[in-house]
Write a protein that binds this ligand. Structure first.
Ligand code: PRP
Ligand code: ZN
Length: 293
């Protein structure tokens, strides 16, 4: 019986939300974002989606306003540092929204190492993560909290450095800033309230199974090719993660066989070139939609 709704908090709009919608829609949800829409009810797994600001997601899940949520690890760390008695747990990493929390300084400035930050002012939207990092490195600096547009601070001389998320690095470049130190790497994670009841827990497990099937399939490819029987061991060296390929007889051909295999890592053009160099032919590389263990 699925009486209770599974409540999921997602970012309404922004860098995270795009990846969330894409991933969940591959798990059979039919989510569409629209401007003033904050609640989506889905029959799939009997779920309610709350579309909120990403900063609010950890607090929503912690206070049991929502059972689970998708956030950047950076937002999760910031929250648990500020709320050491939280009820949150990370269920799984989701493999998108990769970025890093870094300290950056003006290109032409005098700050060249962490020690040079002594007595300086650092602007950030992640004060707890920054405080924690500075304490671990015995650096005393002033923290200026801003909720966005942090890169502006050194330019208008209200801070000497910034601590912000970097993904492509374009924003730093545009603002003549360079990375001094990476504090941590981050990606989207699924978080849950530790105290959910068994019914909700089993629904979360089902959702995680679906998410994992899509995530595993995303980087995998199904490869089909023809090759000399004698070359199969070489083939296994070339194709990553191809331990036990399916080998099929080719009608009217005793030397060659057809090989079908799932590769869990990226297949690139140089892989194809290597396959051809050992005599592989009729090579097909197919995407995989879902992969169930
Ligand atoms: C984020 C982050 C950086 C930028 C990094 O800002 O705070 O400013 O993206 O991305 P990049 O390395 O690919 O340039 P966001 O767009 O979320 O705006 P905000 O910080 O003003 O909220
Ligand atoms: Zn920003």
């Amino acid at each position: 019986m699925q009486n209770q709704r599974l409540r999921i908090a997602l970012q309404k709009s922004g860098k995270l939300s795009e990846g969330c919608f894409e991933l969940l829609n591959k798990c059979s949800f039919k989510l569409r974002s629209s401007k003033n829409h904050y609640l989506i009810q889905s029959k799939e797994l009997n779920t309610s989606f709350y579309l909120i600001r990403d900063d609010d997601i950890p607090g929503f899940v912690d206070s049991d306003a929502s059972d689970i949520g998708i956030v950047g690890e950076n937002g999760y760390f910031e929250y648990i540092l500020e709320n050491p008695n939280h009820n949150l747990e990370v269920i799984t990493k989701l493999g998108f929204a990769h970025c890093r929390l870094s300290i950056a300084v003006p290109e032409e400035g005098t700050i060249k190492s962490i020690n040079d930050l002594h007595g300086k002012t650092i602007a950030t939207s992640y004060p707890e993560s920054l405080r924690d990092f500075l304490a671990k490195h015995n650096v005393e600096a002033k923290i200026l909290v801003m909720h966005g547009s942090v890169e502006l601070a050194p330019k208008i001389a209200i801070a000497d450095a910034i601590c912000d998320l970097v993904s492509t690095g374009a924003t730093l470049k545009e603002n003549a800033l360079v990375e001094l130190e990476v504090i941590f790497e981050s990606e989207a994670v699924l978080i849950a309230n530790k105290n959910v009841d068994t019914e909700i827990r089993s629904r979360i497990d089902e959702l995680v199974f679906r998410l994992q099937s899509v995530i595993d399939a995303r980087d995998s490819k199904y490869i089909m090719l023809h090759i000399d029987k004698a070359q199969i061991s070489k083939l296994q060296e070339i194709l990553p993660g191809c331990e036990s390929p399916t080998v099929l007889h080719l009608h009217g051909n005793d030397e060659k066989v057809a090989v079908h295999v799932v590769c869990k890592e990226g297949i690139f053009w140089d892989t194809i070139t290597k396959l051809k160099s050992i005599g592989a032919s009729s090579i097909l590389v197919l995407p995989i939609e879902k992969m169930m263990a």
